[in-house]
Design a binder for this molecule. Structure first.
Ligand code: ADP
Ligand code: ADP
Ligand code: ZN
Length: 219
């Protein structure tokens, strides 16, 4: 299954992508995670990206498109993949279509998680991530068993530096200006599966499962 997860920052894309990836045994490709890893490793891409991420701006399209193209060309993506955080604007959407065309394949569905702005602010403000394995938590909605410690690996939890009030505001603005256009684009080519995301994590997961079963375009 070849899918894209769309939605504002904090919608729950990463959380739901993990579930879909496990269920369908396909790789979860998060451009945000890839960029944070590159920054940690101080690669040229990582060093360039850091400034944009800190301000909540988009990293230039050519950098991102090259990175995603390389990732989608790897053998583990032949069976399927779940893209999370890409595409972020129409140019990236067109570049993705082109890349998939070159690989002789196409998307099956674009899952749009629709969440009102006050909910995403609440979700981003309390988000915590494991420094060691990347598992996601929330201080209120998905607390770890022991405060500040990852249930899975015992690693230390941290709050992303871009999850602060000013950067969240910028990211939401960019989402409204650029990413939201992708919703009508994917709707116009009959790929959009819209999910009401203002429910618990489990309810959203169930809804996505049910909709993918019934709405999925058959090859
Ligand atoms: P969130 O899931 O909270 O929206 P991400 O982890 O997807 O955040 O992205 C964090 C940051 O990484 C973005 O604010 C942006 O700077 C950069 N980024 C991630 N994906 C892309 C992309 N497809 N295009 C441009 N920049 C990106
Ligand atoms: P995104 O990848 O879209 O930026 P995440 O998956 O990182 O979003 O989720 C943002 C935060 O909200 C995380 O702390 C996560 O645990 C929490 N979260 C995700 N889905 C829900 C939900 N349905 N209800 C409440 N909190 C949620
Ligand atoms: Zn962990």
């Amino acid at each position: 299954m070849k899918t894209v997860l769309l939605g504002p920052p904090g919608a729950g894309k990463g959380t739901q992508a993990e579930h879909i990836a496990r269920k369908y045994e396909i790789p979860h490709i998060s451009t945000g995670d890839m960029l944070r890893q590159a920054t940690k490793n101080q690669t040229p891409v990582g060093l360039e990206a850091a400034g944009y991420i800190d301000k909540g701006e988009l990293v230039p399209d050519d950098v991102i498109v090259r990175m995603v193209k390389e990732r989608l060309g790897r053998p583990d993506c032949r069976k399927g993949f779940i893209l999370d955080g890409f595409p972020r604007n129409l140019q990236q959407g067109k570049a993705l279509a082109h890349t998939l065309d070159e690989l002789g394949t196409d998307l099956d569905a674009v899952v749009y998680i629709n969440v009102p702005e006050h909910d995403v602010i609440d979700r981003l403000s309390g988000r915590q991530t494991c420094r060691n394995c990347g598992e996601g938590y929330h201080v209120k909605y998905m607390p770890p068993k022991n405060k500040g410690v990852c249930d899975k690996c015992g690693g230390q939890l941290y709050q992303r530096t871009d999850d602060n009030a000013q950067t969240i505001k910028n990211r939401l603005e960019i989402y409204r200006q650029q990413t939201a256009d992708l919703i009508s684009y994917y709707d116009s080519i009959n790929l959009l599966v819209e999910i009401a995301g203002d429910k618990t994590i489990d309810e959203v997961t169930k809804e996505i499962d049910a909709r993918l079963r019934t709405d999925l375009r058959q090859p």
